[in-house]
Ligand binder design. Structure first.
Ligand code: SF4
Length: 261
């Protein structure tokens, strides 16, 4: 772990985040110890470490909360995406509380906020999250299979703990986005679709698991692609899954699903 003094904590949004309507991105950390095998962030220029070390390091912006105190005023009437190159609820957040501190500083300015995470730790901050007038927590849930999770995102929280977190936040009145981005190989696509439909999320987003050439956020690594192929997952199965969802609910695909509340 490394800590740095950052020069800013709210950066102008770029790429698909900007196109989605966000004004700022907020990354309390660089790097991510969830270390998903398919993570697009490891390909980004902000990542100064060799790609094979992805998931083994993170850098904390130790002055993040102080910066947020100074800069949060500029988020009035704006939309903030948290986070674009890291997970704001990766394990280090439990001790460091940078995400929590930044949210606390933003509260009085009431920007529109999307929290994007695989971290079930997000429920810790329900007291702050519930006080935003326009906030959505996007929980990424790539599959229904723990076998798949252990192959492709072994250090991220088990899916059931993410479902539980989603339910707890929803019961606290917080809008939830379910992001199956990317859709990893599924054990029982029909049952998974039923569960998603039954949950009643504010937004549901899917994304195919393929090499996007960097166009949108899942520039999948060759290793991840190989695992997916070995598990017999393919584009046809993905499309069938999306159709099953679409028969009953609105589904956004890819970057079209990333917009502020
Ligand atoms: S949680 Fe997100 S940022 Fe972290 S490794 Fe996985 S995909 Fe990358």
């Amino acid at each position: 772990m490394k800590t740095i003094e950052s020069s800013s904590i709210f950066s102008p949004a770029t790429g698909f985040i900007r196109r989605g309507g966000f004004d700022f991105t907020c990354n309390p950390y660089l790097g991510c110890t969830f270390g998903c095998k398919y993570c697009y962030a490891k390909f980004l220029p902000q990542n100064k470490y060799p790609r094979e070390l992805w998931g083994k390091w993170f850098t904390a912006k130790k002055n993040a909360i102080g910066l947020a105190r100074k800069e949060a005023g500029k988020t009035v009437g704006k939309a903030v995406y948290m986070s674009s190159v890291t997970d704001p609820y990766q394990p280090a957040e439990r001790e460091m509380c940078l995400t929590r501190g930044i949210l606390g500083e933003m509260l009085r300015y009431q920007p529109r906020v999307v929290i994007q995470t695989r971290g079930s730790m997000v429920t810790r901050d329900v007291d702050i999250l519930a006080r935003f007038q326009n906030l959505r927590v996007n929980i990424t849930l790539g599959s229904d299979s723990e076998t798949v999770r252990k192959l492709l995102e072994p250090k991220s929280p088990p899916y059931e703990s993410r479902w539980l977190a989603s339910q707890q936040l929803k019961e606290a009145g917080i809008k939830i986005g379910i992001c199956i981005t990317p859709v990893l190989p599924l054990e029982n696509p029909e049952r998974f679709a039923e569960r998603i439909i039954g949950f009643g999320a504010a937004v549901v987003v899917t994304q195919g698991f393929h090499d996007s050439g960097g166009a949108f956020g899942a520039d999948t690594s060759p290793l991840a692609l190989r695992v997916v192929k070995e598990l017999g997952w393919n584009q046809e199965k993905y499309l069938l899954f999306v159709e099953t969802l679409r028969n009953q609910i609105r589904v956004y695909e890819g970057e079209k699903g990333f917009f502020p509340p």
